[in-house]
Design a protein around this ligand. Sequence first.
Ligand SMILES: [Zn+2]
Ligand SMILES: [Zn+2]
Length: 397
Amino acid sequence: MCDAVSRAMSDVSALPESSRRRFLQALGVTAAAGGMVAAGLGSAQAAPRGRGHRPVRNRTRLVLLGTAGGPVHQSHDHYGVSTAVVYEDRVYVVDLGLGAYRRLIESGLSPLGTGAASLSQVRGIFFTHLHSDHTTDWPAVYATGPMNAVGRPQGSVIEVFGPGDRGTLPRVFPPGRAVPEVVNPEQPTAGISGMTGYLRQAFSQDFNDRTRDSNFPGPESLFHVQDIDLTGIWDVDPAGTPPRLDRPIEVWQDGDVRITATLVDHHPTAPAFAYRFDTPDGSVVVSGDTTVSANLIDLARDTDYLVHEVIDPAYVDQIVASLPPAIGGPLREHLIAAHTTIEQVGRDVAEPAGARNLVLNHLVPADSSRRRWAAAQHGYSGRLIVGEDLLQLGIGR
Ligand SMILES: [Zn+2]
Ligand SMILES: [Zn+2]
């Protein structure tokens, strides 16, 4: 979703009014005088379906915090993508889409169940890639973290991992289009540590006020941010395909919990990672955004839960139908080439991986019908679960 739709959203400004309106309606967005208004916001607020999910008691568990994919926000039930893996009282979070921080509090994954302790049990945060639908809540978590970590052991940090600065801009698409102005030419592809450095500058007044006047610690006392080192693995090329890895990337061994990663294929956004969490009770793999990836299938071999992104190609067809073929055709190719369809995810990924459970996540569009998602069962012999916000699943005892 992500990049290609954003690009189409900017391209679409050049279209005639009638085509532009049809395109925006297909995205769930309508143009309004003075700006853009998300469709449906005026309708009755529905309680998130996930709110009814009961906590599970297993020592290792999977908690879906947010299940919507893409930068278009149009569902009351599905917040931006974010996934928690919990072992005993340790919480590991993959991605922080819009609303993830709120969902973390709602999930009860803090001992007091209050905002002041919402990060008290978070051990690690893992970014799959830096598309905004996976990072939007990172500024909120980073800026307010030290005030929401009541109960943490003295001196303990939250380890944060993600892509580094790849240093190369993607090509302009479609070819021949005027080259857009580069944002932040000094560091146009800042990785997670570079991005966090900019956040520290952006919030400097608040950090200085609180550390000097209120004796709060600064964010660097709580967060230890690291780029995943790809030296000797891949000289990252946004137009290229990630190399086939013969073993996973070791990210972190946190006591009984081993976290590994692999390179998935979400071109032209690179690098993009999938993560695997192994505990004494079993394993969880989170795909991030990717097309069908042999590296991901290797990483997910015999896993208990494969949490995998999915896109409905009928939705893509709906978007591109409103566009001239010269824009719509390549856009469709882009969306399908960078993501995994309903038809592919069970048959071509979960089945060859031998995943016991396939959890559909990063739903695009988030409000598609359960009947549509259920089609992912074709060709897959394991258990299919359609992701819902705050759904909890237990692993082992
Ligand atoms: Zn993405
Ligand atoms: Zn995404």
